[in-house]
Design a protein around this ligand. Structure first.
Ligand SMILES: Nc1ncnc2c1ncn2[C@@H]1O[C@H](COP(=O)(O)OP(=O)(O)O)[C@@H](O)[C@H]1O
Ligand SMILES: [Mg+2]
Length: 260
């Protein structure tokens, strides 16, 4: 099957600084990709390039067979097919949940309100928030707002969803409810590109882990290989940080547990 998203020799600069370097990444329809790597390695920039939020690039970036780096690209249209959810939810505070959800489908996509409403309500029910349809964002928890933000994106019927550390700002007890929504999308066969620091989730949800460092992709492997047998020293170091205590030598662990 041909790729839905294709980065080929893709580079991205901020002024003199090259933040993406020779990116080759092909994502097939229905694939779930989790992008891992240390802070500042270019994960967010990679996702943002797919949304036309970044300029100053070279190489090739295709979506559904179309070159996006062409001057003629209509990003307004492309963005409707590529949903993106960030760390902060960006719901309109003065609008109810339903009005937030209907804005894109009705105002931007010019769909029938009744159609869009039926879809919005079905999606709300799926994430367990139908009873919040008339609530305002300030009346919702962070986890609820983030689930609404995901639904808002889904209401545009995107071909792919990008998630950039969507649980990073949430209290721990709310992380699970948001990750479950994403896992549900994965199970349904939606194409997903996910940046996360939740390693157990990454391992469970990903078809492929893409490991980045300093603007380059160093590894692309199924999770069972990446997490048990990382191929590069950088990936090994990265993973060790997430299993800090387990990686400590036994003597150190014992010492830390001793009371003075
Ligand atoms: N708007 C910007 N202007 C200049 N440099 C930026 C900008 N956004 C990101 N960068 C730089 O690009 C690099 C990659 O950033 P980013 O993609 O946010 O990394 P990550 O998401 O992996 O933490 C970093 O060195 C960062 O400082
Ligand atoms: Mg980031």
């Amino acid at each position: 099957m041909s790729a839905l998203i294709e980065f080929n020799g893709f580079n991205k600069f901020f002024g003199e600084q090259q933040v993406l370097n020779g990116i080759d990444l092909h994502v097939k329809p229905g694939e779930v990709i989790v992008v891992l790597g240390p802070s500042g390695c270019g994960k967010s920039t990679l996702l943002r390039c797919l949304n036309g939020l970044e300029v100053a690039h070279s190489g090739s970036l295709k979506f559904a067979g179309r070159e996006l780096l062409d001057k003629a690209t209509d990003w307004r249209e492309v963005r409707q097919q590529i949903g993106m959810v960030f760390q902060s939810y960006h719901l309109f505070p003065h609008m109810s949940v339903l009005d937030n959800l209907l804005l894109g489908p009705v105002k931007v996509q010019k769909r029938e309100r009744s159609d869009a409403l039926a879809q919005a309500e079905a999606l709300l029910a799926r994430v367990g928030l139908l009873d919040k349809r008339d609530a305002f964002p300030r009346e919702l928890s962070g986890g609820q707002q983030q689930r609404i933000a995901i639904v808002r994106s889904l209401c545009m019927n995107p071909k792919v969803m990008l998630f950039d550390e969507v649980t990073a700002a949430l209290d721990p007890e709310m992380v699970k409810e948001v990750l479950e929504v994403i896992q549900g999308l994965a199970r349904e066969g939606m194409t997903l590109l996910i940046v996360t620091h939740e390693m157990a989730f990454a391992r469970a949800v990903a078809d492929r882990i893409v490991f980045m460092d300093a603007g380059r992709i160093l590894e692309q492997n199924p999770p069972e290989i990446f997490f048990t047998n990382p191929q590069t020293a950088r990936a090994q170091q990265f993973l060790e940080k997430f299993s800090y205590v387990a990686a400590l030598p036994k003597t150190t662990q014992t010492k830390e547990l001793e009371l003075p």
